[in-house]
Every structure is written in C-alpha cells, then in structure tokens.
Design a binder for this molecule. Structure first.
Ligand code: MRU
Length: 354
C-alpha cells in the first residue's frame, strides 16, 4: 500500500492534492490549475474549512480527507486548557464548509469518535493525526479496488472510448481517482481508446483539472464543451460514461456534479453504459432517495464571470446549483470498493451497505 503523502509514490498514483506534515497540511490550490501549481500551507482547521468552501480543494473524497487533517491540526495547535472545546469547534466549522458531499460528514464523524476516546491532549494529537492518515490511505486503496471491480464488470477485450464529467482523479481523492481511476486502469491495460472530458461549467473542473491530470499521465484525452456530449455519443465510439459521486442514497440515486443527470439521460437514449464509481464513504443509507440530498447553490458570479471577466450582464439572475441528482433507474452500475451494485435499487444497495 503506497504512502499517499510520500513524494516518490506520486508518479505511481497520479498527482496529489494534499501533503501532510504532522503540524501542517499543504493543499494544492486547484483554483489556479492548470496555469499555476501553488501550494497553500495550513496550520488550523479554520483555514482548511475556508479552503474547502473556496474550492482550493474539492471533490468529495478529498474534501473528507482534508477535513480529517483539519481536525488533526486543531488538536496539534490547541491550547492545553481549552483543547476539547477547540477540537469540537473545529469539527463544527469544518462541517459547515460545504453541504452535499457526504464524505465530509463521514470523515468528521470518524474523527469525532476518535476524539471522544482521548483522555489527554497529547493522546488526541497522536491519535487524530494517525486517524486522518488512515482515512487518506484507505481512500487510496478503495480507489485501486474500485478500478479492479469496474474493469471486471466492463469485461472488455478491445479498446473503447469513455466520456467523463468533472474531475474525479487524484486531485479529487486520496490519489488515483474514482471514475478517473477506472480510466487510468483501462489505460494501463491498453483497453482505452480515448477519454472525452466534459469541460464542466462553471468551475471547469474537466478542462482545468481532468485534462491536466490525464495529459500529465500520457492518457489520450479530448476536451469537449458540455453541450457536445450528445454529438459525441451519437458517433457511436463511446461505450461507457464513467462519473464519480458526492452522495448516493439508499435507493441508489446519485448526486454528482451538475450536468451528470443530463449525461445519464443521453446515455440511456444512445444505449451507452452509465457507471458511477465512488467509495463507500460516499454512500448515505440514512437518506431514502435523492430528493433528500441537500444541493449546494453557489454565487451567480461563478456563471456571470470567468476569472473576473464578465460574460453576462451584471444584473442577470443566475441559477447555479453545484450538483444534480441522477435517478437510480438511469444508472447501470455503482462501483464501490465493496463490490458492484448492478441496476441499483434499494435491495441491491442493502446487500452491500446494510
Ligand atoms: O464541486 P466539486 O468540484 O467538489 O464537485 C466534484 C464532483 O462532483 C465529483 O464528481 C465528485 O465529488 C466525485 S470526486 C471523486
């Protein structure tokens, strides 16, 4: 199992989004990619929460891992008298950063449980840091396992093309990637013809991050405007659309980056497979269906402007939901590190997730 924060492993698992140094956390500022590789050093949970809110770090698993490190930092820099209150405050501040990706709340719950078992500040410093590293490592190993399951499920013997949306790679996870991990593995096995990457308006995770990650790793990628997806599918070359998830409910509905739902509709029309790849930390069995998922809405300026340059009238109303919900009935497979839920529904989800 490679050490995710060790630089010599980075080539094997793709780029990394974060580096842990015991008393500080470095986050690669994803807002500046692909033009600038700038690392931000953080020594407290408030800074980590701010970075999650501002999209310095994004992607459901990476948000959860960063938050776990944020709690570890809160312990490391806490005052001897107030350490319990400070850690509790850190957990609530991190929980308020973004609402949709359940990995955030999953990771914070694990950290909170660990914190409750600590009698002294020294114990908290050691145990919370170790727990955060464990969450990070386990996410990486989940990604590697999901790639195995996905390839087995796809059962391909000749190269084919895939289309993906947003960024689900090493930047969005503990390393390697969820949907992008599957794509990496297809490439490793010489089963990948071409990746079509949706640019993913308005944050452009597809063009700024996915195209960048894939190009760095020599994986053949073609960037397309989101609106080109139907025309690409109509050409008949794409066999699978592979995406990640931010929250999967008990009936198999999936919240993911805005635009995912339209792709699932297109996939069904064109008889293209639609696969969701996500670790079990993205599954929320406490919610019955996608209707219950809180969907983040962000500022209208994200749509009215690109890098501060107006592309719409200043005063125009904007609807800017960050995620949409794809109904389970449009999904062929949900791939997790526990196995594959084929044609997901409540029964199939319960088999793997209880
Ligand atoms: O707003 P973002 O960039 O955090 O949204 C990310 C996504 O929607 C990803 O597809 C999802 O988190 C899966 S990442 C492995």
């Amino acid at each position: 199992m490679p050490e995710p924060t060790h630089s010599s492993d980075q080539r094997a698992i793709g780029t990394v989004a974060m580096r842990w140094h015991d008393s500080s956390l470095e986050l690669l500022d994803q807002r500046l990619l692909p033009t600038e590789e700038h690392w931000i050093t953080l020594e407290g949970a408030s800074g980590v929460a701010q970075c999650i809110r501002d999209m310095v770090v994004r992607g459901a698993p990476a948000i959860g891992i960063s938050a776990a490190y944020g709690v570890a930092l809160a312990a490391r820099h806490a005052g001897a008298g107030e350490w319990k209150a400070e850690i509790r405050h850190a957990i609530s501040e991190l929980a308020a950063s973004r609402p949709t990706a359940v990995n955030l709340f999953w990771a914070l719950q694990i950290m909170e449980k660990e914190f409750h078992g600590c009698q002294t500040l020294d114990e908290a410093i050691t145990r919370l840091a170790a727990k955060a590293v464990q969450i990070h490592r386990e996410d990486l190993s989940a990604n590697l396992a999901m790639a195995d399951y996905a390839l087995e499920f796809m059962a391909a013997d000749t190269p084919f093309s895939v289309l993906t949306h947003c960024n689900t790679g090493a930047l969005a996870t503990g390393g390697y990637g969820t949907a992008l991990g599957v794509i990496r593995r297809l490439h490793e096995k010489q089963l990948l013809k071409q990746v079509y990457a949706d640019e993913t308006r308005p944050w452009l995770q597809g063009s700024r991050l996915t195209a960048w990650e894939l190009a760095r790793d020599g994986i053949p990628v073609t960037l397309n405007a989101d609106g080109a997806a139907a025309a690409i599918l109509a050409r008949g070359e794409v066999k699978w659309i592979v995406v990640g998830a931010d929250r999967i409910t008990a009936n198999g509905d999936v919240a993911n980056k805005i635009g995912t739902y339209s792709l699932a509709v297109l996939a069904r029309y064109h008889r293209v497979g639609f696969m969701v790849v996500a670790p079990s930390s993205t599954v929320d069995m406490s919610l019955a269906s996608g209707k219950d998922i809180p969907i983040e809405e962000r500022e209208g300026t994200e749509v009215r402007q690109i890098k501060g340059i107006p592309i719409a009238p200043d005063s125009v109303d904007v609807f800017n939901p960050v995620f949409d919900v794809t109904p389970a009935s449009l999904i062929d497979a949900i791939v997790t590190e526990r196995g594959v839920v084929h044609n997901p529904d409540i029964t199939g989800m319960r088999v793997l997730f209880g």
